[in-house]
Design a protein around this ligand. Structure first.
Ligand code: AMP
Ligand code: ZN
Length: 140
């Protein structure tokens, strides 16, 4: 396994680095992307460090995929986008910038360009409001 002493997402799992959290269970966590490609852009990660798809354990891959489906359903219910793009990068050449496995959930609107990341950091209050809306969708 690669060195992950300075991993940002491990820092978020430990609670050392702030994040606008949406969901957490024993093996996975979900939080708002700080530089969203669109409003509601959410990241899902395994709690255990793995750099990419090649490193992640089968159990964590399954857990992360199930949390991704769960979060995508919540985002769909809360924000009603026209579509949802699921994206996952492996290696800098593929656009990976954080080397802890993560899945992007990107709400898409008709006609929206397929950008991977936003260019600007979002207002934390806006992210908190979106996270609350997504969490509220957990209610029946
Ligand atoms: P990738 O380019 O696939 O590695 O995606 C990494 C994503 O993590 C980017 O969309 C970043 O905006 C996002 N990101 C980086 N640092 C943080 C952080 N501290 N909290 C939330 N999202 C982050
Ligand atoms: Zn990590």
């Amino acid at each position: 396994m690669s060195d992950h002493s300075n991993c940002i997402f491990c820092g978020i799992v430990r609670g050392d680095i702030p994040a606008v959290r949406v969901y957490e269970d024993e093996h996975t966590a979900a939080f708002m992307d700080v530089q969203p490609a669109s409003p509601g852009h959410t990241l899902v990660i395994p709690k255990a460090h793995a750099a990419n798809l090649f490193e992640i354990s089968a159990a964590d891959l399954v857990a992360t995929t199930l949390t991704t489906q769960r979060m995508a359903r919540l985002v769909q219910k809360a924000l009603a986008p026209d579509g949802i793009r699921i994206m996952q990068t492996n290696g800098a050449a593929a656009g990976q910038t954080v080397f802890h496995y993560h899945v992007h959930i990107i709400p898409m609107q008709d006609g929206q360009r397929l950008g991977a990341h936003g260019r600007e950091r979002a207002d934390p209050e806006v992210l908190k409001a979106l996270a609350a809306k997504i969490q509220n969708a957990l209610r029946p």
